[in-house]
Design a protein around this ligand. Structure first.
Ligand SMILES: [Zn+2]
Length: 278
């Protein structure tokens, strides 16, 4: 496998926050480096269910993850397993749910915090955090620059074809402070500025990049149900592929087959949605 792609998931960022507050990403849209579309989450628009759908390409009603309290090793084929099938190397820097879903469950905070398993059928190089103790006034999230640095480290050391990074910082900020406030303006601004130099570096390293969220958040910081604020986020794409018209809304189930098609990996029979890039 020669192609390389990174999927960056900033948890819980609604469409309006991406488009209003992420000046670097929006600047690259203006300059033609990136394209942006609206991306609609599955239902329930809750984190764990969305992570599972992003990577399996099937709805929660089919993969069975009904929410954050129902995390298990999924039975469906997913992006990691298909990249491995296609001969690629995979890595993840993410919340431990990703390790449970796609590698092994239950998550063991010693065994699974960091692993390098070249023979794995799913995740070869994993760096995970559990956010144990997370609550309204204690986010328990790592600094995002450390997460971006860790992914870059894995790319450089292990030649990842596919790397997935997920961070909960902005989802936690939204639950805590909601959205019409100085705290959220600043948190999005900081995330954009932290991410931007890594986008430049990853592009120089030959990666296509998708930056998106798992779901949005409404004015009270809520998500899980059906409303544009809860379900809709933005999806930014950096790369040479052709995409749809700018007013097309990308269905969350399209992410898995799109990523696999860009990498030249086999798309699983269960992934029925169409790639939005060609
Ligand atoms: Zn989430």
């Amino acid at each position: 496998m020669d192609n390389k792609l990174l999927l960056i998931i900033l948890d819980g960022v609604p469409w309006r926050n991406f488009r209003r507050l992420f000046g670097n990403l929006e600047g690259w849209v203006d300059s033609g480096e990136a394209r942006v579309w609206k991306h609609r989450a599955v239902l329930p628009s809750i984190s764990a269910s969305c992570y599972a759908s992003i990577h399996t390409g099937v709805v929660p009603a089919e993969h069975g993850c009904t929410g954050n309290g129902n995390v298990f090793r999924l039975g469906h084929k997913d992006v990691f397993s298909q990249v491995r099938d296609g001969g690629g190397v995979t890595g993840a820097v993410a919340h431990s749910f990703w390790s449970s879903f796609f590698n092994r469950h239950p998550y063991d905070p010693v065994r699974d915090v960091e692993y390098d398993e070249p023979e794995s059928a799913t995740i070869n190089h994993g760096r995970f955090h559990s956010m144990t103790g997370y609550g309204l006034v204690n986010q328990m999230t790592p600094s995002d620059v450390d997460l971006f640095g860790t992914l870059t480290n894995l790319c450089l050391r292990f030649g990842l074809n596919y790397g997935m990074l997920h961070t909960c910082t902005l989802d936690c900020m939204g639950h805590r402070f909601f959205h019409d406030c100085q705290e959220m303006d600043h948190a999005c601004f900081v995330m954009d500025e932290m991410l931007a130099p890594f986008i430049i570096k990853w592009r120089e390293m030959g990666y296509e990049i998708i930056v998106t969220a798992d779901h949005g958040q409404d004015e009270r910081g809520h998500h899980g149900g059906r409303s544009p604020l809860q379900q809709e986020t933005a999806l930014y794409y950096f790369g040479d592929a052709t995409g749809p018209a700018e007013d097309v809304v990308i269905d969350q189930l399209q992410l898995a087959p799109t990523i696999l098609s860009r990498l030249g990996a086999p798309i699983a029979d269960t992934m029925k949605a169409k790639s939005f890039l060609s």
